[in-house]
Ligand binder design. Structure first.
Ligand code: SAM
Length: 233
């Protein structure tokens, strides 16, 4: 028996990665229409809701409360109400919590619908100047143990590689990437869609010397090309 007629829908709603204007009409309509918004950080999402004059109730859903919150969200959906999940920025599920909730909803035959929008990964890729025909999203490297092993696995990868990194670890990560993968073409896309947006293109060693001198602030995406074929900088 399919219960999808009576269940509500779980909407995976993308929100801006900095500039509050980067949200779709459909995302706003969805956030307005659902019974509940499950937000990674309710204070952060409150700013977005206030900006668009939305008053939908929120509950918190983040990495460390997910086991307690998933059953509550599923119960709401099974009672026929729809829920939107949002993260602090960009697309939920992309280096952000949502995956386990989505799996659970699918297992319970609840409809899951994407409301597409910004993701730092794709925004960085398209302005990088690196090949976009094939790319590998690596997300965050582990903060301590296992970093080198993960980078070693990228050695034979010919697609453009996309990594997320905090500004505090940027130079360390660029240096480890150069040490293991060699001096590849590389791009750092920083503070995308924000006032101090910066796209720095070069090789890994260019970027290491640049960011060693001007300490990076804000959020960063690192992109790596394989070699200088098809790369013009
Ligand atoms: N779900 C988000 C998405 O779809 O892009 C990613 C969330 S992840 C927890 C946060 C990381 O995304 C940051 O550490 C940074 O690497 C990247 N990021 C988010 N916003 C960014 C921005 N405005 N500019 C550059 N990188 C950004």
């Amino acid at each position: 028996m399919s219960s999808s007629k009576t269940n509500g829908t779980l909407f995976i709603v993308s929100t801006p990665i900095g500039n509050l204007g980067d949200i779709t009409f459909r995302a706003i309509e969805t956030l307005k229409s659902v019974a509940m918004i499950a937000a990674e950080d309710t204070r952060q999402t409150r700013k977005l809701l206030n900006h668009y004059e939305l008053s939908t109730p929120m509950m918190s859903y983040f990495e460390h409360n997910r086991f307690a919150q998933i059953p509550k969200i599923i119960a709401k959906l099974q009672s026929g109400e729809s829920v939107a999940v949002v993260s602090d920025a960009g697309t939920p599920g992309i280096s952000d919590p949502a995956y386990r909730l989505i799996r659970e909803a699918i297992d319970k035959e609840i409809r899951v619908e994407p409301i597409p929008g910004a993701s730092a990964s794709i925004s960085a890729l398209v302005v990088s100047g690196l090949p976009t025909d094939r790319f590998l999203f690596e997300g965050f490297l582990p903060p301590k143990k296992g970093r080198k092993a993960r980078i070693e696995k990228m050695k034979n990868e010919t697609a453009t590689i996309i990594l997320y990194e905090s500004p505090y670890r940027l130079v360390k990560t660029l240096s480890q990437l150069e040490e293991i993968l060699g001096n590849r073409p590389a791009v750092v896309a920083r503070e995308l869609t924000k006032m101090f947006e910066e796209i720095k293109r070069g090789t890994l060693s260019d970027l290491i010397s640049y960011f060693s001198q001007s300490k990076p602030k804000g959020e960063c995406v690192i992109l790596l090309g394989k070699d200088h074929t098809n790369v013009y900088f």
